[in-house]
Design a protein around this ligand. Structure first.
Ligand SMILES: NC(=O)c1ccc[n+]([C@@H]2O[C@H](COP(=O)([O-])OP(=O)(O)OC[C@H]3O[C@@H](n4cnc5c(N)ncnc54)[C@H](OP(=O)(O)O)[C@@H]3O)[C@@H](O)[C@H]2O)c1
Length: 233
């Protein structure tokens, strides 16, 4: 299929590599400043013949990009994090336009598996209130939002099952070029249980995002990666 990349930064480059390796065409790369970009902004001409767009930019521009793509009847995979306070504005817009959008704070398939494991773990731990629960997320120094979208999602899962706690204690660390590590710790007076997901590189996010583009092509509606995973497993 014909994929357009919106945001030709670190993720945009990795997505291009993965998309090409899966037999897709990537002729359109939109970015205001990046070397190698084919267009500076989203336009009807730029997106002619494009089957789906993959958006990895920055929290402050993602919402405008999503609106422009919906206006142009283009389906989109949104990987940018930190715009979720606008979901209630975007969802009805996508439904009204009849386009397709799939988003996730973390397109790694392994992280989705981690979320599924955490559902079960928090359910079990809800019976044991002698454990303190905390979380640490470590990302590269360029990441613009904190805590990470993935950490917030884990906090949501926790709140669903552990009603004695109103929030999860999250420590965000920004360090070097770390692609993304999420560690959940349960500590009692006698032991410590640790669960961790550690991305080795960015390729896992890019692969999930390209799989999502293949999935969203021709679909209508507002989806998360969970909807795609439900179909896959
Ligand atoms: N969901 C996931 O699985 C996942 C995984 C990794 C990262 N992320 C998220 O993805 C986003 C991008 O990450 P990254 O590491 O690739 O960042 P990055 O290297 O900074 O790349 C972002 C690119 O978007 C460009 N950009 C800015 N405004 C734009 C616009 N209006 N239209 C098109 N392009 C625009 C930037 O250009 P300038 O530099 O010139 O401003 C930059 O080249 C972040 O929100 C990050 O948290 C999500």
């Amino acid at each position: 299929m014909n994929i357009a990349i919106i945001g030709y930064g670190k993720m945009g480059h990795m997505i291009e590599k993965v998309a090409l390796s899966r037999g897709h065409t990537v002729n359109v790369k939109i970015d205001p400043a990046a070397a190698g970009a084919t267009h500076k902004e989203i336009s009807k001409e730029a997106l002619k013949g494009v089957d789906a767009c993959i958006e990895f930019t920055a929290p402050d521009v993602a919402v405008e990009n999503i609106k422009k793509l919906a206006e142009l009847d283009k389906n989109v995979v949104v990987g940018t994090t930190g715009w979720y306070n606008k979901i209630n504005e975007i969802r009805p817009l996508i439904m009204k336009k009849g386009t397709g959008l799939i988003y996730s704070p973390n397109f790694s398939i392994g992280v989705d598996i981690f979320f599924r494991l955490m559902e079960h773990v928090f359910k079990v731990m809800s019976h044991f209130d002698n454990y303190n629960i905390s979380m640490k997320e470590v990302h590269h120094v360029h990441k613009k939002d904190a805590p990470s979208g993935t950490a917030k999602k884990i906090a949501e899962i926790m709140k669903k099952h552990i009603t004695r706690l109103s929030d999860l204690d999250i420590k965000s660390v920004r360090q070097g070029e770390v692609p993304g590590t999420h560690t959940v710790t349960f500590e009692s007076d006698v032991d410590v249980i640790t669960l961790e997901h550690k991305a080795k590189n960015r390729e896992g996010f890019a692969l999930g995002a390209v799989m999502a583009a293949e999935w969203i092509k021709g679909k209508e509606g507002f989806y998360t990666i969970e909807d795609m995973m439900e179909e896959l497993i």
